[in-house]
Design a protein around this ligand. Structure first.
Ligand SMILES: Cc1cc2nc3c(=O)[nH]c(=O)nc-3n(C[C@H](O)[C@H](O)[C@H](O)COP(=O)(O)OP(=O)(O)OC[C@H]3O[C@@H](n4cnc5c(N)ncnc54)[C@H](O)[C@@H]3O)c2cc1C
Length: 456
């Protein structure tokens, strides 16, 4: 609970309409998809100067500060585990510059990812990172989680497009990392250190991203297989052959059927698994790339291969992938999605392991995967009020992480650690590595006010 005089100081700074304490406001800003914990106050800054002044007060009074984007995170990252201030960045939402000549764009952190993409595509440029939540999530959230998406198999993740950042340290000091040049090796790479830091080091207030030329054409294939093993083997064969599709997504039969039941997209419900393969580039090359991908699919026994004839048809295929998981929510009280990620060659082994785990605990595991980069999304629907079911889900999650690490993978390919994966960090991170992280945290945030209770 904040004392009255500090609250007054914060309200004087930004005004009562941007310093919220009503119970319903605190409730709205208390959760993400994973969990909930109430803040004492929600502040919506509009300038870097305001962010700096708020942090100075918080640091002086040792009040926790948790930055918040659109709260689409799936691991409790933006949830204020120890109360204090939630700093919601949604009002810092201006695109400041789109510059095709310098191949960069500059934006405030509260810009919605898709809005930036539309703005840069209007001038023939392209900003590839495409988390499936791109129409809701914010660029600041993407940077703080190093978000990826289907297209990262070819184009890389948010980190690969960051040229520079402006950030405010917990002391209130405004710092610059990186800058406008594409090449820049002056000193430590603080830009990339802040990327993926989950709001534990500083508040990001300005983002400079690299742009590339918009690909001229794309081809999208939807391919049905009789076994999930054939589909996952096709993925590793395509990647090993050196073809780099812009997306390579896998969905299993139960996911396909549930999605079809809800959205009636004409999906191949008799398939054991389905791949969406998308290639892009110059108009002269895309048909050739699509044909090569088709040959790989045929060689592994694909029985239904559909090439989208129009952009609208391609978008319809993508709808199944991007929105299909929402259809799972109606099956039970809640749904959990994991994002353990394995090396591409280990996808077939990971799929087999998931089957074994599913049988062992007698629970249905739906499978989605950004298969082209080994990022698996096993999904489970369950009732958290059912003790037995909840315990089985906990055990399954633990075994999924253990399997991923045993296969040379990682706990999280894109959803971050937050609170969800904190109990499993020891599987991947040694005590010495954790000490190094703690020392980094201390040098940014000696009083430990930034997003406390999380992974450091
Ligand atoms: C339907 C759905 C699909 C998704 N698909 C993908 C996907 O394909 N790929 C993927 O990577 N993720 C995906 N996600 C997860 C999520 O969308 C991403 O992690 C996204 O980057 C979070 O952005 P946000 O604005 O919602 O951030 P939030 O969830 O609000 O916050 C995430 C973290 O960023 C920090 N943060 C936010 N803004 C700032 C700032 N300005 N300065 C410092 N720290 C800040 C917060 O403190 C928190 O730790 C999906 C989520 C949903 C619900």
């Amino acid at each position: 609970m904040l004392n009255k005089s500090i609250l007054n100081e914060l309200q004087d700074l930004v005004g009562k309409d941007r310093c919220l304490t009503a119970p319903e406001d605190l409730m709205v800003y208390s959760h993400d998809v994973f969990c909930q914990s109430k803040p004492d106050v929600v502040i919506l800054p509009t300038t870097t100067e305001e962010v700096s002044r708020i942090l100075k007060i918080a640091n002086r009074e040792k009040i926790p500060v948790t930055p918040r984007g659109s709260a689409t995170g799936l691991s409790g990252m933006c949830v204020p585990a120890q109360g204090g201030i939630v700093m919601a960045m949604s009002k810092m939402n201006k695109i400041l510059e789109v510059n095709p000549e310098d191949r960069l764009a500059i934006a405030e952190p509260g810009v919605i990812t898709n809005d930036l993409q539309v703005a840069v595509e209007a001038v023939g440029s392209f900003y590839p990172p495409d988390p499936a939540s791109q129409t809701i999530c914010q660029l600041g959230g993407n940077v703080a989680t190093n978000a990826g998406g289907p297209r990262c198999v070819k184009y890389g993740v948010t980190r690969d497009y960051l040229l520079g950042l402006e950030a405010v340290l917990p002391s209130g000091e405004v710092v610059k990392a990186g800058g406008r040049p594409i090449k820049n090796v002056t000193g430590y790479d603080v830009t990339r250190l802040l990327c993926g830091s989950e709001g534990t080091l500083a508040v990001i207030t300005k983002i400079i991203v690299k742009l590339i030329a918009k690909p001229e054409a794309r081809r999208t294939l939807l391919v049905a297989f009789r076994s999930i093993d054939d589909a996952s083997t096709t993925v590793s064969r395509i990647m090993a052959a050196g073809i780099v599709p812009r997306a390579l997504e896998l969905m299993d039969q139960r996911y396909i059927r549930n999605c079809e039941n809800m959205y009636h997209l004409g999906l191949p419900t008799d398939a054991a698994a389905m791949l969406i393969i998308e290639v892009d580039g110059f108009a002269e090359t895309v048909d050739r790339q699509a044909n090569i991908a088709r040959e790989f699919c045929e060689n592994e026994g694909a029985f239904d291969i559909r090439l989208a004839q129009t952009e609208a048809e391609a978008d319809r295929m993508w709808y199944a992938r991007k929105i299909g998981s929402v259809a799972l929510y109606r099956l039970s009280k809640t749904m959990v999605t994991e994002d353990a990620t394995v090396p591409i060659s280990q996808i077939p082994a990971m799929v087999r392991r998931l089957n074994e785990i599913e049988k062992k605990y007698n629970m249905v595991i739906y499978l989605l995967a950004h298969a082209g980069d080994g990022n698996m999304h096993p999904l489970m629907t369950y009732d958290p009020g059912n003790k037995d079911e909840a315990e089985r889900v906990d055990n399954i999650i633990r075994e999924i992480f253990e399997a991923s690490i045993a296969l040379g993978g990682t706990l999280t390919g894109e959803h971050g650690i937050g609170l969800a994966k904190k109990p499993f960090m020891h599987l991947e991170i040694s005590p010495a590595e954790l000490d190094l992280w703690k020392n980094i945290k201390k040098s940014f945030d000696p009083k430990g006010i930034m997003n406390p209770g999380k992974f450091v």
